[in-house]
Design a protein around this ligand. Structure first.
Ligand SMILES: *Cc1c(COP(=O)(O)O)cnc(C)c1O
Length: 370
């Protein structure tokens, strides 16, 4: 492998069977939602152990459908993480509810204690995000939701295949997945909602198809959130191969961790007991104890042909369009604020060679010793 070759932050790995399955769809004459999508849904069900899976067009529409299924009023509150992708917040707003934020913990995910203190009589749901491939503390969120009579939606866009206390990410009340190009399983664009609640599943299937219960029987103003057969065909071999992809990401993460964990001021990802991490991202923190800043490290890597990513550079609500929004309730979240200035994600995807991983390690080490 050429030692100057660019190392990208993500690169999909499509198993050998993919082309054949896509050609099967092209030749079948059926391109819109059909038997391939059903196979896709059954595989997501097998991975999550959840009874009902509804495949949709994206992780964002999965979130919107999950929230709309709860029939929220404008002053109904949904508590979520301030340290997430804009889609999480946009979905709450699109579903017509009010977004409330609580701080994160050292796992980068919404903290159950601060979330518990943010509950008001108007709270209807808690929406933790399982960031970077590490599930949020779903066991505690489940108790909190049960105690306070709330619904729980896990934004599992980045965490397919991970688990907490031996239960799959996405198997707590309602889960949402994304199959965007940078996720551990990709269909280009795509998503899914998982739930064991049959009535929620039925409402989401209805919302996916224009609000139609049976032919031309409209029961709710709905959407077109249907996945295509082509998307499903691209995803099926990856779902079948998920164990191998996850093992490869975990192996890469272990190599990066052992190469970097002794550096002063650099914090490598930690995995709380009872959880598995599927490393959609390998995210370090460059703290004030480091000889260089996060941005200097990113610049140094880039000069050596190594991509890195800042997920996310600001709190999700800290933009003009949200600051003045009547249904965005900003709050003080000091941990999330500090972490957003420290995080840097390094390449960890399954197509990296050991030589490339060692180049990443050497480059970070040289930046810290310069
Ligand atoms: C990717 C992502 C989404 C949105 O998924 P799309 O498929 O891009 O719509 C939502 N939440 C999180 C945390 C994500 O990473």
């Amino acid at each position: 492998m050429d030692s100057n070759e660019l190392i990208s932050i993500s690169q999909p790995r499509l198993p050998d069977g993919t082309e054949g399955l896509v050609i099967d769809v092209l030749r079948s004459g059926r391109l819109a939602q059909g038997p391939m999508v059903e196979r896709f849904e059954a595989l997501v069900g097998a991975i999550t152990g959840v009874e009902h899976v509804v495949a949709v067009t994206s992780g964002t529409t999965a979130l919107v459908a999950a929230l709309e299924a709860l029939e929220l009023a404008p002053d109904d509150e949904v508590i979520t993480s301030p340290f997430t992708f804009a889609a999480t917040l946009n979905a709450i707003l699109e579903a017509g509810a009010t977004a409330v934020f609580a701080d994160i913990g050292p796992d980068f995910n919404l903290d159950p204690d601060t979330a518990s203190r943010a509950v008001t009589p108007r709270t209807r749901a808690i929406l933790p995000v399982s960031l970077y491939g590490l599930p949020a503390d779903m066991t505690r969120f489940e108790s909190l939701a049960n105690d306070r009579g709330l619904r729980l939606i896990e934004d599992a866009a980045q965490s397919i295949g991970s688990s907490i206390d031996e239960r799959a990410s996405g198997s707590f009340d309602i889960g949402t997945f994304s199959f965007y190009a940078t996720k551990n399983v990709t269909t280009g664009e795509g998503g899914a909602v998982t739930t064991s609640d049959e009535s929620v599943a039925r409402r989401i299937s209805t919302l996916r198809n224009q609000g139609m219960r049976s032919r031309y029987d409209y029961v709710v103003p709905g959407h077109n959130y249907r996945m295509t057969e082509l998307q499903a065909a691209v995803g099926i071999p990856q779902l079948e191969d998920l164990g191998a992809v996850t093992a490869s990401r975990q192996k890469n993460a272990r190599r990066l961790t052992s190469g970097l964990s002794d550096l002063e001021g650099l914090v490598t990802p930690s995995i709380p007991p009872g959880r598995t991490h599927v490393f959609n991202q390998f995210t370090i923190r460059v703290t004030s104890g480091s000889p260089i800043t996060r941005d200097q490290l990113a610049e140094h890597l880039s000069r050596q042909g190594i991509a890195s990513g800042i997920y996310y550079p600001s709190l999700v609500f800290d933009y003009e369009c949200y600051r003045s929004h009547p249904r965005v309730r900003m709050s003080s979240v000091p941990i999330a604020g500090a972490v957003s200035n420290e995080v840097l994600s390094l390449p960890v995807h399954p197509r990296l060679s050991d030589d490339q991983l060692d180049r990443i390690i050497a480059s970070v080490r040289s930046a810290f010793s310069a």
